[in-house]
Design a protein around this ligand. Structure first.
Ligand code: PGA
Length: 251
Protein backbone atom coordinates (compact mmCIF):
# COMPACT_ATOMS: atom_id res chain seq x y z
CA UNK A 1 0.00 0.00 0.00
CA UNK A 2 1.23 3.42 -0.95
CA UNK A 3 2.23 5.69 1.89
CA UNK A 4 -0.36 8.43 1.53
CA UNK A 5 -0.39 11.81 3.23
CA UNK A 6 -3.67 11.93 5.15
CA UNK A 7 -6.25 14.66 4.62
CA UNK A 8 -7.96 16.15 7.66
CA UNK A 9 -10.91 18.17 6.40
CA UNK A 10 -13.36 20.24 8.41
CA UNK A 11 -16.86 20.66 7.05
CA UNK A 12 -18.32 23.66 8.85
CA UNK A 13 -21.71 23.14 7.17
CA UNK A 14 -24.15 26.08 7.67
CA UNK A 15 -22.42 27.44 10.74
CA UNK A 16 -20.71 30.67 11.57
CA UNK A 17 -21.01 34.38 11.02
CA UNK A 18 -18.04 36.50 10.03
CA UNK A 19 -16.45 36.81 13.48
CA UNK A 20 -16.96 33.14 14.39
CA UNK A 21 -15.42 32.00 11.12
CA UNK A 22 -12.47 34.30 11.45
CA UNK A 23 -11.84 33.25 15.06
CA UNK A 24 -12.10 29.56 14.14
CA UNK A 25 -9.78 29.86 11.14
CA UNK A 26 -7.17 31.89 12.99
CA UNK A 27 -7.46 29.67 16.06
CA UNK A 28 -6.78 26.57 13.99
CA UNK A 29 -3.69 28.10 12.41
CA UNK A 30 -2.34 29.30 15.75
CA UNK A 31 -2.83 25.87 17.31
CA UNK A 32 -1.28 24.06 14.34
CA UNK A 33 1.75 26.32 14.38
CA UNK A 34 2.18 25.43 18.05
CA UNK A 35 1.85 21.72 17.24
CA UNK A 36 4.57 21.88 14.58
CA UNK A 37 4.35 20.97 10.89
CA UNK A 38 1.24 18.82 10.37
CA UNK A 39 1.69 15.25 9.15
CA UNK A 40 -1.52 15.65 7.17
CA UNK A 41 -3.02 18.05 4.69
CA UNK A 42 -5.39 20.28 6.62
CA UNK A 43 -8.47 21.70 4.99
CA UNK A 44 -11.42 23.78 6.20
CA UNK A 45 -14.65 24.10 4.25
CA UNK A 46 -16.59 27.13 5.50
CA UNK A 47 -20.06 28.14 4.31
CA UNK A 48 -19.98 29.98 0.97
CA UNK A 49 -20.48 33.33 2.69
CA UNK A 50 -17.20 32.94 4.60
CA UNK A 51 -14.98 31.36 1.95
CA UNK A 52 -13.43 34.62 0.72
CA UNK A 53 -12.68 35.91 4.19
CA UNK A 54 -11.32 32.58 5.47
CA UNK A 55 -9.19 32.09 2.34
CA UNK A 56 -7.70 35.53 2.84
CA UNK A 57 -7.09 34.92 6.55
CA UNK A 58 -5.40 31.56 5.84
CA UNK A 59 -3.30 32.63 2.85
CA UNK A 60 0.29 31.54 3.39
CA UNK A 61 -0.67 29.13 6.21
CA UNK A 62 -0.63 25.32 5.98
CA UNK A 63 -4.43 25.26 6.08
CA UNK A 64 -6.22 25.01 2.76
CA UNK A 65 -9.77 26.11 2.02
CA UNK A 66 -12.57 24.29 0.24
CA UNK A 67 -16.18 24.84 -0.74
CA UNK A 68 -19.03 22.64 0.47
CA UNK A 69 -20.73 22.35 -2.90
CA UNK A 70 -20.59 23.79 -6.41
CA UNK A 71 -22.82 24.01 -9.44
CA UNK A 72 -22.04 21.89 -12.49
CA UNK A 73 -22.07 24.92 -14.80
CA UNK A 74 -19.27 27.46 -14.93
CA UNK A 75 -21.68 30.42 -14.93
CA UNK A 76 -25.16 31.46 -15.95
CA UNK A 77 -28.74 31.72 -14.78
CA UNK A 78 -28.57 29.63 -11.58
CA UNK A 79 -29.85 31.85 -8.80
CA UNK A 80 -28.21 31.21 -5.47
CA UNK A 81 -25.60 28.81 -6.79
CA UNK A 82 -21.82 29.04 -6.77
CA UNK A 83 -19.58 27.67 -9.51
CA UNK A 84 -16.35 25.76 -9.04
CA UNK A 85 -14.51 28.52 -10.90
CA UNK A 86 -15.84 31.05 -8.37
CA UNK A 87 -14.50 28.96 -5.49
CA UNK A 88 -11.17 28.60 -7.23
CA UNK A 89 -11.11 32.34 -7.80
CA UNK A 90 -11.46 32.91 -4.04
CA UNK A 91 -8.48 30.68 -3.29
CA UNK A 92 -10.12 27.30 -2.73
CA UNK A 93 -8.17 24.14 -3.47
CA UNK A 94 -10.99 21.64 -2.88
CA UNK A 95 -14.75 21.32 -3.02
CA UNK A 96 -16.99 18.74 -1.35
CA UNK A 97 -19.61 17.26 -3.66
CA UNK A 98 -22.38 14.78 -2.99
CA UNK A 99 -22.50 15.17 0.78
CA UNK A 100 -25.43 13.12 2.07
CA UNK A 101 -27.09 16.28 3.39
CA UNK A 102 -27.13 17.65 -0.16
CA UNK A 103 -28.23 14.32 -1.59
CA UNK A 104 -31.11 14.30 0.95
CA UNK A 105 -32.01 18.01 1.21
CA UNK A 106 -31.60 18.85 -2.47
CA UNK A 107 -32.34 15.52 -4.13
CA UNK A 108 -28.85 15.29 -5.62
CA UNK A 109 -28.38 12.17 -7.72
CA UNK A 110 -25.15 10.36 -8.56
CA UNK A 111 -25.32 11.84 -12.08
CA UNK A 112 -25.57 15.36 -10.68
CA UNK A 113 -22.76 14.73 -8.21
CA UNK A 114 -20.61 13.44 -11.06
CA UNK A 115 -21.27 16.55 -13.13
CA UNK A 116 -20.37 18.75 -10.16
CA UNK A 117 -17.17 16.78 -9.60
CA UNK A 118 -16.31 17.20 -13.28
CA UNK A 119 -16.90 20.94 -12.97
CA UNK A 120 -14.57 20.96 -9.97
CA UNK A 121 -11.81 19.22 -11.92
CA UNK A 122 -12.30 21.52 -14.89
CA UNK A 123 -11.84 24.50 -12.57
CA UNK A 124 -8.64 23.04 -11.15
CA UNK A 125 -10.14 22.02 -7.81
CA UNK A 126 -9.77 18.72 -6.00
CA UNK A 127 -13.19 17.07 -5.68
CA UNK A 128 -14.07 15.39 -2.39
CA UNK A 129 -16.83 13.00 -3.46
CA UNK A 130 -18.97 11.73 -0.58
CA UNK A 131 -20.69 8.37 -0.47
CA UNK A 132 -22.50 6.54 2.31
CA UNK A 133 -25.39 4.26 3.12
CA UNK A 134 -28.46 4.98 5.23
CA UNK A 135 -29.22 2.94 8.29
CA UNK A 136 -32.00 1.09 6.47
CA UNK A 137 -29.62 0.19 3.67
CA UNK A 138 -27.05 -1.10 6.15
CA UNK A 139 -29.69 -3.11 8.01
CA UNK A 140 -30.78 -4.61 4.70
CA UNK A 141 -27.21 -5.75 4.04
CA UNK A 142 -26.96 -3.44 1.03
CA UNK A 143 -24.03 -1.27 2.15
CA UNK A 144 -21.46 -2.39 -0.40
CA UNK A 145 -24.01 -2.38 -3.23
CA UNK A 146 -25.00 1.19 -2.35
CA UNK A 147 -21.40 2.38 -2.08
CA UNK A 148 -20.46 0.62 -5.33
CA UNK A 149 -23.36 2.23 -7.19
CA UNK A 150 -22.57 5.67 -5.77
CA UNK A 151 -18.91 5.36 -6.70
CA UNK A 152 -19.57 4.23 -10.26
CA UNK A 153 -22.21 6.94 -10.68
CA UNK A 154 -20.40 9.84 -9.00
CA UNK A 155 -16.74 9.58 -9.95
CA UNK A 156 -15.83 12.21 -12.51
CA UNK A 157 -14.23 11.47 -15.85
CA UNK A 158 -10.56 12.36 -15.75
CA UNK A 159 -10.21 11.51 -12.05
CA UNK A 160 -6.86 10.58 -10.54
CA UNK A 161 -5.28 10.62 -7.12
CA UNK A 162 -4.25 14.21 -7.84
CA UNK A 163 -7.76 15.60 -8.19
CA UNK A 164 -10.03 13.16 -6.37
CA UNK A 165 -10.61 12.35 -2.70
CA UNK A 166 -13.39 10.01 -1.62
CA UNK A 167 -15.18 10.38 1.73
CA UNK A 168 -17.09 7.42 3.12
CA UNK A 169 -19.73 8.84 5.44
CA UNK A 170 -22.44 6.47 6.66
CA UNK A 171 -25.54 8.69 6.84
CA UNK A 172 -26.52 7.21 10.20
CA UNK A 173 -23.14 8.12 11.72
CA UNK A 174 -23.26 11.81 10.78
CA UNK A 175 -23.87 14.01 13.80
CA UNK A 176 -25.16 11.09 15.86
CA UNK A 177 -22.14 10.15 17.95
CA UNK A 178 -22.35 6.65 16.47
CA UNK A 179 -19.65 5.13 14.30
CA UNK A 180 -19.41 1.85 12.43
CA UNK A 181 -17.21 -0.85 13.93
CA UNK A 182 -13.60 -0.93 12.83
CA UNK A 183 -14.34 -4.07 10.80
CA UNK A 184 -17.20 -2.31 9.00
CA UNK A 185 -15.03 0.67 8.09
CA UNK A 186 -12.16 -1.52 6.92
CA UNK A 187 -14.57 -3.56 4.84
CA UNK A 188 -16.05 -0.50 3.09
CA UNK A 189 -12.69 1.20 2.55
CA UNK A 190 -11.14 -1.98 1.16
CA UNK A 191 -14.12 -2.38 -1.13
CA UNK A 192 -13.79 1.25 -2.32
CA UNK A 193 -10.08 0.82 -2.99
CA UNK A 194 -10.77 -2.25 -5.12
CA UNK A 195 -13.69 -0.57 -6.91
CA UNK A 196 -11.55 2.46 -7.79
CA UNK A 197 -8.91 0.11 -9.18
CA UNK A 198 -11.32 -0.90 -11.92
CA UNK A 199 -11.34 2.60 -13.40
CA UNK A 200 -8.33 4.57 -12.16
CA UNK A 201 -4.69 3.75 -12.90
CA UNK A 202 -3.47 5.23 -9.64
CA UNK A 203 -6.37 4.05 -7.46
CA UNK A 204 -3.94 2.96 -4.75
CA UNK A 205 -2.99 6.63 -4.24
CA UNK A 206 -6.50 8.12 -3.94
CA UNK A 207 -7.10 9.31 -0.39
CA UNK A 208 -10.13 7.62 1.19
CA UNK A 209 -11.52 9.60 4.13
CA UNK A 210 -13.84 8.35 6.82
CA UNK A 211 -16.52 10.76 8.08
CA UNK A 212 -19.29 10.52 10.66
CA UNK A 213 -18.90 11.41 14.34
CA UNK A 214 -15.09 11.64 14.20
CA UNK A 215 -13.95 13.09 17.53
CA UNK A 216 -10.61 13.49 19.31
CA UNK A 217 -11.48 10.40 21.39
CA UNK A 218 -11.93 8.03 18.43
CA UNK A 219 -9.71 9.68 15.83
CA UNK A 220 -6.49 7.86 16.61
CA UNK A 221 -8.20 4.50 16.32
CA UNK A 222 -10.11 5.39 13.15
CA UNK A 223 -7.18 7.01 11.38
CA UNK A 224 -5.01 3.93 11.81
CA UNK A 225 -7.40 1.60 9.99
CA UNK A 226 -6.37 0.08 6.68
CA UNK A 227 -7.24 2.31 3.72
CA UNK A 228 -8.38 5.18 5.93
CA UNK A 229 -6.34 8.12 4.68
CA UNK A 230 -7.89 10.90 6.69
CA UNK A 231 -11.19 12.20 7.98
CA UNK A 232 -14.03 14.50 7.01
CA UNK A 233 -15.18 16.14 10.20
CA UNK A 234 -18.40 18.03 10.88
CA UNK A 235 -19.27 18.94 14.47
CA UNK A 236 -15.75 18.55 15.87
CA UNK A 237 -14.35 20.83 13.16
CA UNK A 238 -16.14 23.79 14.76
CA UNK A 239 -13.92 23.63 17.84
CA UNK A 240 -10.27 24.60 17.48
CA UNK A 241 -9.12 22.17 20.17
CA UNK A 242 -11.05 19.20 18.81
CA UNK A 243 -10.13 19.76 15.17
CA UNK A 244 -6.45 20.21 15.99
CA UNK A 245 -6.47 17.18 18.28
CA UNK A 246 -7.78 15.10 15.38
CA UNK A 247 -5.05 16.52 13.12
CA UNK A 248 -2.52 15.55 15.79
CA UNK A 249 -3.85 12.00 15.78
CA UNK A 250 -2.33 11.57 12.31
CA UNK A 251 1.21 12.16 13.43
P1 PGA B 1 -20.06 14.89 11.91
O1 PGA B 1 -20.31 15.23 10.35
O2 PGA B 1 -18.57 14.83 12.12
O3 PGA B 1 -20.72 16.01 12.65
O4 PGA B 1 -20.71 13.56 12.16
C1 PGA B 1 -19.50 14.69 9.35
C2 PGA B 1 -19.92 15.21 8.00
O5 PGA B 1 -21.12 15.33 7.75
O6 PGA B 1 -19.06 15.52 7.14
Amino acid sequence: MADLRPVIAGNWKMNGLHQDGLALALGIVAQLVEQGPPASEILVCPPATLVAMVAEALAGSPVRVGGQDCHFATKGAHTGDVSAAMLKDLGCSHVIVGHSERRADHGETDALVKSKAEAALAAGLIAIVCVGETEAQRDAGATLDVIGTQLVGSIPAGASSENLVIAYEPVWAIGTGRTPTEEEIVSVHGFMRAALGKGLVDADRVRLLYGGSVKPENSKRLLRLANVNGALIGGASLKVEDFCAIARACS
